[in-house]
Design a protein around this ligand. Structure first.
Ligand code: XIL
Length: 380
């Protein structure tokens, strides 16, 4: 067996030749895992994991080789979809934790911590139909608050002491910087956000509470950055118990119809935004990192190189903030990336946005993440 270093030294051609199903390096032949590299700096590394039906992109849990890869590389997991209202809340009365618990148990059996995603994806498209059509009665504000409180309290209490960090609210600011309206905010206004944070803190005073969103470093996201910053300022001013900002980190091209060019990063504007965020005494976490290759040439060697280079630049910038302690990727191997199903490439080829290829062989992006962690200063 080759060590990881020898395998990487083979370069892309050698890797391609070695790419055969079943050829996964034994744990003892590998160098330090990404989580071990992170830990050496006082950080954590992890990935999202989904337990949708077998054979689906978000059903990676059913693949034993993939589970082994997660065990080998990660110190943290996060549910890809299982805690969202549209999975865990089949109707207004019911909580269904069956799928969420499968991942929770797997993490605990293997000594991994868990993040919680998400208590309120405040975006009508991702609300279950039953909320959008819910009859809030004659005192709609009271009913909306009751419903939200029950949801947040039940979720957080169930996993109290087992989920160390929550994305309390996800994506409530649109690309124009506006606060999104939903069936809940229609009756509660922006206070819907405050309520979620207060109840979460009450239900688990030790958990870290984040606001999570996809404002990004590329051109086109400036107004969303501005909107997120203003929201964070208002939350702090009102005394909402918020600890940090989750920066999703879906960089690259072709997502959200904004970043059409691959490298349209505006690092200065992005740094100003991050400076303002940490200036509010908030931490930063990279919660859903991947590098979208939608508009890159099909050639695999070129694509993998460009993905790795952009990823490295981004992580170096994020890690230059000592407030950044967690790096989670949104999937560890390409066939389980959500991008296979969203914004498909015009040439129809499979995308390569994650650190490992479909045969569980490390790609240049895996090396880029390792190098960025090695270069990072130890966290205070
Ligand atoms: C995505 C999942 O990966 C998909 O399986 C699902 O169909 C849609 O949601 N930002 C987020 C995540 O906060 O919850 C999203 O996850 C990806 C974008």
């Amino acid at each position: 067996m080759l060590t990881r270093r020898q395998t990487l030294a083979l370069g892309a051609g050698g890797l391609a030749a070695m790419s055969a199903p079943g050829l996964v390096m034994a744990r003892e032949d590998r160098g330090p895992s990404l989580h071990e590299l992170a830990q050496a700096k006082g950080m954590r590394f992890g990935s999202a994991l989904g337990v949708s039906p077998p054979g689906t992109v978000s059903g990676a849990f059913h693949d034993p080789q993939y589970r082994q890869l997660l065990i080998d590389e990660c110190g943290v997991l996060v549910h890809e979809n299982e805690l969202k209202w549209y999975v865990a809340r089949p109707d207004a009365q019911t909580f269904d934790f069956d799928r969420a618990d499968i991942i929770m148990d797997f993490a605990e059996e293997n000594g991994m911590e868990m993040r919680g995603h998400t208590l309120l994806w405040h975006h009508t498209d991702w609300f279950p139909d039953w909320i959008n059509n819910h009859d809030f009665g004659s005192r709609p504000g009271t009913e909306a608050e009751r419903m939200l409180t029950e949801h947040v309290r039940t979720m957080v209490e169930r996993y109290r002491g087992r989920i160390y960090s929550w994305d309390v609210v996800n994506e409530t600011i649109d690309e124009a910087g506006r606060f999104r309206q939903t069936a809940l905010s229609r009756h509660l206004g922006e206070e819907v956000i405050d309520i979620a944070f207060h109840i979460a803190r009450e239900a688990d005073p030790d958990a870290e509470l984040l606001y999570n969103d996809y404002m990004n470093w590329e051109a086109g996201y400036e107004r969303q950055q501005e909107g997120v910053l203003r929201l964070l300022e208002r939350l702090k001013a009102r005394g909402a118990p918020i600890d940090g900002l989750g920066v999703q980190g879906h960089i690259g091209s072709g997502n959200y119809d904004y970043s059409t060019g691959f490298d349209t990063a505006r690092e200065d504007t992005w740094r100003e935004f991050l400076d303002d965020v940490v200036g509010l005494d908030l931490s930063l976490s990279v919660t859903e990192f991947d590098v979208h290759d939608k508009n890159l040439p099909a050639d695999i060697e070129t694509r993998d190189r460009e993905v790795a280079e952009l990823g490295r630049r981004y992580l170096d910038l994020m890690f230059s903030y000592p407030q950044t302690k967690d790096l989670l990727v949104w999937g560890l191997a390409d066939q389980y990336s959500w991008y296979q199903e969203h914004w498909v490439r015009e040439d129809g080829v499979a995308k390569r946005p994650t650190p490992y290829d479909e045969n569980f062989q490390p790609k240049p992006l895996r090396q880029a993440i390792a190098d960025a962690l090695i270069a990072a200063a130890p966290r205070p």
